[in-house]
Design a protein. Structure first.
Ligand SMILES: CC(C)(COP(=O)(O)OP(=O)(O)OC[C@H]1O[C@@H](n2cnc3c(N)ncnc32)[C@H](O)[C@@H]1OP(=O)(O)O)[C@@H](O)C(=O)NCCC(=O)NCCS
Length: 213
């Protein structure tokens, strides 16, 4: 585990975020439980219903093995209660080498409203900057209202809506695409205006492709 950042909330709870490169059995169980609760309430990162514990364990083990992936977790009173992942482009994706992507952003329902979601983003953004990334992007379902508020409060700009983002219970759910420049003072329209032709490409070979983040 690296880079723990801690604070005390108004109600006296200990708040922390950290980057993890390995998970103890206890931490793994807590992460699985937190993800289960978040998916059960809101859906998330592709799942509509919480998968079996063993599938979820396999998923998180896989995340820790991906070289182009960094995993950050939030802790409330030392118990893991949420996460976000920072994706780097693979070597062949030269055009997007300096653009990172965020995924799997959630806080368990019982830990929300204490600023941990924002703290996770602060930590991931700081790591992205330290790693030389110049921008971050992400997609989410239009229905994920609090996540949208959280990103917008941190300056992420919604640049597009995909009406066919997800198919849930026989209906299309729109998806919102967000972007954040990590260059100090740069506006969000600082790109080359080509309409994002190669953005969100699936060509980075990661396990989620262009799917839900
Ligand atoms: C989005 C999410 C991670 C936020 O977690 P959180 O720890 O509650 O967030 P914070 O306490 O840091 O609050 C962040 C912002 O969310 C909004 N927010 C938080 N609690 C809120 C509430 N009760 N009502 C309305 N807005 C709220 C505010 O804009 C807040 O910013 P502020 O503190 O500057 O006012 C959490 O709600 C969640 O897991 N949602 C479901 C999963 C999801 O949608 N993930 C996105 C997929 S990428």
């Amino acid at each position: 585990m690296t880079d723990a950042v801690a604070a005390i909330s108004d109600d006296g709870a200990r708040l922390a975020t950290e980057e993890v490169r390995d998970l103890s059995d206890l931490d793994m169980d807590d992460l699985i439980s937190a993800a289960h609760d978040a998916i059960a309430l809101d859906g998330g990162f592709g799942w509509l219903r919480p998968p079996a514990h063993s599938i979820m364990r396999q998923y998180w083990r896989g995340v820790l093995l991906i070289p182009e992936r960094r995993l950050f977790v939030a802790r409330l009173d030392d118990t893991i209660c949420g996460s976000v992942q920072l994706h780097f482009s693979s070597a062949q994706n030269e055009a997007q080498r300096l653009v990172g992507r965020l995924s799997t952003f959630f806080i368990a329902p019982w830990a929300r409203g204490r600023g941990l979601g924002s703290r996770l983003l602060v930590h991931a953004e700081a790591t992205a900057r330290e790693s030389g990334l110049l921008a971050l992007e992400l997609n989410l379902r239009a229905t994920q209202e609090r996540a949208r508020q959280t990103f917008e409060a941190r300056g992420y700009k919604n640049w597009g809506i995909n009406p066919h983002y997800a198919r849930i219970e026989g209906r299309w759910v729109s998806g919102y695409s967000y972007s954040l420049s990590l260059i100090d003072g740069e506006g969000e329209d600082g790109g080359d205006g080509d309409g994002g032709g190669d953005s969100h490409g699936d060509g980075d070979g990661d396990d989620e492709g262009g799917g839900e983040r």
